[in-house]
Design a binder for this molecule. Structure first.
Ligand SMILES: C[S@@+](CC[C@H](N)C(=O)[O-])C[C@H]1O[C@@H](n2cnc3c(N)ncnc32)[C@H](O)[C@@H]1O
Length: 219
């Protein structure tokens, strides 16, 4: 099986003609879903859009349902947009940690996060849109997102609007701007927001001592 594919070895009965209950049914409906079409055809499916299980519900759902019926189903890892981001922006998440959220989930559940670690927000091109409209025209979602972020960061906080190259001949699009400028920026369905960590937090002396470490030894 090719890298980055999700497959099952047989079409489980419950999947025939099924319509997955997704947050975004129009695009991930049974007949429109490439993973499911492959399952129906009993072939291994190459899911070529990044990692098949990252921010992709149908692949998880297909595998879960197939396994529930006793069929063999596996997902193979592939390179996600976040992997490309680490490479293109030169970020190593081991240095200051990294938090990753889906934009609407981030707001709806008012996710708590640490500004001294990197913050990655996916799907900022469709904040608050549960129907997956490929051409959203309502910018109010991005304003809600920026408003929430500005409760934690200053308006001048450096941020990046990132687009990994989608074709081998293209270069990634990396737009450096301030958090306040994100409101007015041109954002599309494959834009991911990266926010740099604010300066490092102080070490925790209790944990340092419990680990037998000296502060000077830290990089
Ligand atoms: C439905 S998710 C698919 C993610 C994909 N499975 C992956 O592993 O990268 C779509 C979101 O992924 C991110 N994304 C997709 N393509 C991207 C790209 N070329 N550059 C940056 N982010 C991208 C964006 O946040 C976008 O809203």
């Amino acid at each position: 099986m090719d890298e980055g594919s999700a497959s099952v070895d047989y079409l489980p009965a419950s999947l025939q003609g099924a319509h997955f209950a997704m947050e975004r049914p129009p695009i991930f409906a049974w007949k429109g879903c490439p993973v499911c079409r492959g399952i129906a055809a009993r072939i291994n499916v190459e899911y070529s859009y990044g990692h098949p299980g990252i921010f992709v519900n149908p692949s998880h759902e297909a595998i879960k349902r197939a396994r529930a019926e006793g069929y063999s189903a596996n997902m193979l890892a592939a390179v996600s947009a976040e992997d490309c981001l680490f490479a293109d922006l030169g970020i190593d998440p081991s240095v200051e940690g990294c938090q990753t959220f889906e934009a609407t989930d981030f707001l709806v559940y008012k996710r708590q996060f640490d500004t001294t670690s990197s913050l990655i927000i996916w799907q900022i091109g469709c904040v608050g849109d549960l129907t997956f409209n490929p051409h959203p025209s309502d910018p109010s979602g991005i304003n809600v997102l920026v408003d929430y972020l500005l409760q934690h960061y200053s308006p001048s906080q450096p941020a990046i609007l990132y687009q990994a190259n989608v074709l081998p001949i293209c270069k990634p699009i990396i737009r450096n701007l301030t958090l306040a400028e994100v409101r007015e920026a041109d954002i599309n369905q494959i834009t991911t927001l990266y926010i740099h960590p604010v300066p490092r937090r102080a070490v925790d002396k209790e944990h340092l001592s419990k680990l037998g470490l000296l502060e000077e030894a830290l990089a």
